[in-house]
Ligand binder design. Structure first.
Ligand SMILES: [Zn+2]
Length: 284
């Protein structure tokens, strides 16, 4: 009794793989970071570690891989709570997109990647920056269109924003490196940016963990949280595993999938311990 502090809100993290390819070491690292942050690496035994299957990538999605992912995570010695897969949430994506459209914050874009390249698009922090072709000249409404966030209008609504990364510290939102990103794909009711922002809010995620290659995307996600009135989590972008030549391990050819290592009889818990040691050396 006495002067006890109120319980802090429980830490909620998640691992959100897409079943369009097998999991590799880089995925294992991401899962371990999220799991350990939630489960007591910092004494927060009340934290929750969620698994969400991001299975809306149309023809590339192979639903049977979700079971393989669960076996991989168990093999690594992780335990988790599973939340509904993205394919069950399409209505919420469509509703949010319609709300943003009604406020004039999205515009349709029919450009192909080739057209964007030919329009002289600059390389940004996450691929080409859209040169605004369809913003200046609205496209034929009969053509299939993606919907892009009008970054200038969004900024005018939100004003200056900040977000907080556990490793890199406070960040002022700056959309200039990304431009007008796609929020609704031509073939899907959402892009990664819209779906993951809505899902993390719906799942009560309080600490978004993922690889440093997605650092810039958080400027977009923080903007969407402000536009849609969603709670604002913290972020933890962890360093990526690289090989001796500095190449991202996830991309290296010939790196066996976790499922192959598992089938070959490797000890997954020992592999997880090795990855934790590498993380320490990477300075997280
Ligand atoms: Zn366009």
């Amino acid at each position: 009794m006495g002067m006890a502090m109120p319980d802090p809100a429980p830490l909620v993290t998640r691992f959100a793989p897409s079943p369009n390819g097998r999991l590799h070491l880089g995925h294992a690292l991401s899962a371990i970071v999220a799991h350990d942050l939630a489960k007591g690496a910092e004494g927060n035994g009340g934290g929750r570690f969620l698994l969400r299957i991001e299975d809306i990538d149309g023809p590339r999605s192979r639903p049977e891989l979700a079971d393989e992912f669960r076996r991989d995570l168990a093999w690594l010695g992780l335990d988790w709570e599973e939340v509904p897969a993205q394919s069950t949430r399409l209505a919420s994506y469509a509703a949010a997109a319609e709300a943003l459209k009604a406020r004039g914050l999205l515009y349709p874009c029919t450009c192909t990647r080739k057209q964007i390249e030919e329009a002289g698009a600059q390389e940004g922090s996450d691929g080409l920056i859209y040169p605004g072709t369809c913003k200046r000249t609205p496209p034929d409404p009969a053509l299939p269109a993606a919907w892009r966030l009008d970054a200038a209008k969004a900024l005018a609504e939100t004003g200056p924003l900040v977000w907080d990364d556990a490793l890199a510290g406070p960040q002022a939102v700056d959309l200039s490196g990304l431009g007008d990103v796609v929020l609704v794909r031509k073939d899907l009711p959402a892009s990664y940016h819209l779906a993951v922002t809505l899902d993390d809010a719906a799942d009560g995620v309080t600490l978004v963990t993922r690889g440093a290659d997605l650092f810039a995307a958080s400027h977009v996600h923080r903007t969407l949280q402000a536009l849609l009135g969603l709670p604002v989590p913290r972020w933890h972008h962890h360093p990526l595993l690289v090989d001796e030549t500095g190449q991202k391990l996830a991309k290296r050819r010939g790196s066996p999938a976790l499922a192959e290592r598992r089938a070959a009889g490797e000890d997954g818990r020992m592999l997880a311990e090795q990855l934790r040691l590498r993380l320490l050396r990477l300075g997280t």
